[in-house]
Design a protein around this ligand. Structure first.
Ligand SMILES: [Zn+2]
Length: 462
């Protein structure tokens, strides 16, 4: 047998026995996939659950890190959340593909992936709404899928309208003075949210996440905060108005990184909509209240965008490979974006780490705080900035920093104990990153009155 024929037969055989990975995964299948990846890459992965859905399904996360389960100071935490709307399933499949890809490429010593895993702690949650998914998938299999079947959780609640509304505070604060970061949760927040939402809130409070994306479907666009417009209702109608955050330019860049690395998102024309550069401010598209994206920005250090990834919310199995190839580079590049701006340690004169120190950047009215290990991360575009670190009982320290386009700049602070009575005492924000325990089992809440969902009823919400 000639070498050529041998190679051909080998390729053919490989093709025939290669596992069919481009298919939809029910809950049991999804769990198997996560553990399969973990078993293939046990030293760089960990599977954990952040809690359970209404119907008792685990909300699983697959973590990638060179030290799984451990926060290494100065190594940023980043997350992907998929399938929050149970009937928007592409993100769920893409995150399974991504998990397999990261594992395989790490094993193949792909230097880009090795570096990413060694320098970043990546948390991947393929499904935030496993109950809704099963409803949507069953309807799909019986070919009776409606546009919204399976969107909500098992209590009939839209999880992306279920987070505490912190926007109302900042809009008040913008007029009357007050912060727009680390806004506290309402006292009774747990009784107001669904089990899935509660689990996610406790999750994002227990890690110092820096960057995140929430994967949806029904459109093709990268959507950045705010999702809620300033004046939410005008005479009964949703008000659509560009509502930028103080980090607007940075968010636009993060969204563009995804859209331009994506196969076709950046072209703008998709699913009958047009979005210049394939990106949009959430509220300028349609205003929504109590979304996860705004909550991340207003309550934690995490900068989250929402990725709408397919016109068809439940794409045919045959389309999954093309979708994966269209999204693969974008999913990787977005993770790499966590390595920009400044980061460093905040310590006292005796080199004790200071948690919850506040890092302010002149000209950007949105502070971040140091995590439980005293490290902080502040995403910034290239430029020169005045950066101040403050902590109660210490004198503030201010430095000038020039940030380049590539690596984050290391900027450490060593704060001196304040000797003057008149030293500024800045209130420690209620950021809650200090090693909180993961959620215990939670009881399902009764279904609540939902908000009407969007301004374009003819298309239905994404
Ligand atoms: Zn959605």
């Amino acid at each position: 047998m000639s070498d050529l024929v041998s190679v051909f037969l080998h390729l053919l055989l490989f093709k025939l026995v290669a596992p069919v990975t481009f298919r939809h995964h029910h809950y049991d299948d999804l769990v198997r996939m996560l553990y399969k990846v973990h078993n293939e890459c046990p030293h760089i992965t960990r599977v954990y659950s952040i809690g359970r859905s209404v119907k008792g399904r685990h909300l699983y996360v697959l973590e990638f890190s060179d030290y799984p389960g451990i926060h290494e100071p100065l190594e940023p935490e980043v997350k992907y959340v998929g399938n929050m709307h149970g009937n928007e399933v592409l993100g769920r499949e893409l995150l399974l593909q991504l998990s397999e890809f990261l594992c395989e490429e790490f094993r193949n010593r792909n230097q880009r992936i090795v570096r990413l895993v060694e320098d970043t702690r990546i948390h991947i949650m393929p499904s935030m709404n496993p109950d809704g998914y099963e409803v949507a998938a069953a309807a799909q299999e019986r070919d009776i899928s409606g546009y919204l079947v399976g969107r909500n959780n098992a209590n009939g609640v839209d999880l992306n309208r279920n987070f505490p509304d912190l926007n109302t505070y900042i809009y008040y604060n913008e007029k009357n003075g007050g912060p727009n970061h680390h806004l506290p949760l309402p006292d009774n927040w747990k009784s107001q949210v669904e089990p899935e939402t509660q689990a996610v809130i406790q999750w994002i409070r227990s890690f110092n996440f820096v960057l995140s994306a929430n994967l949806h479907g029904g459109a093709v666009v990268a959507n950045y905060p705010y999702d809620k417009s300033l004046e939410h209702r005008v005479r009964g109608f949703r008000r659509t108005a560009n509502t930028p955050t103080p980090d607007d330019k940075l968010f636009q860049k993060l969204a563009k990184v995804y859209s331009y690395a994506h196969g076709w998102m950046h072209q703008g024309w998709n699913c009958g909509d047009y979005f210049p550069d394939g990106i949009t401010n959430g509220a300028s598209w349609y205003s929504l209240s109590k979304g996860m994206q705004d909550f991340n920005y207003l309550h934690t250090n995490c900068f989250e965008i929402t990725l709408e990834l397919s016109c068809d919310k439940f794409p045919l199995q045959e389309e999954l490979q093309r979708e994966w190839l269209g999204n693969r580079e974008a999913l990787i590049q977005f993770l790499e974006q966590v390595h920009q701006g400044i980061k460093g340690m905040v310590r006292d004169e005796n080199y004790n780490n200071l948690a919850d120190a506040v890092i302010s950047v002149g000209g950007i009215n949105h502070d971040v705080t140091s995590g439980a290990h005293g490290d902080y991360f502040r995403l910034l575009l290239p430029g020169t900035y005045t950066v101040t670190a403050t902590a109660p009982g210490f004198d503030p320290e201010t430095v000038s920093v020039t940030v380049g386009p590539a690596e984050p700049k290391l900027v450490n602070f060593q704060l001196k104990r304040s000797t003057s009575q008149a030293a500024p005492k800045r209130r420690i924000p209620n950021s809650g990153h200090r090693g909180r325990v993961l959620p215990k089992k939670v009881q399902p809440q009764a279904a609540r009155k939902k908000e009407p969902m969007m301004k374009q009823p003819q298309r239905g919400p994404a």
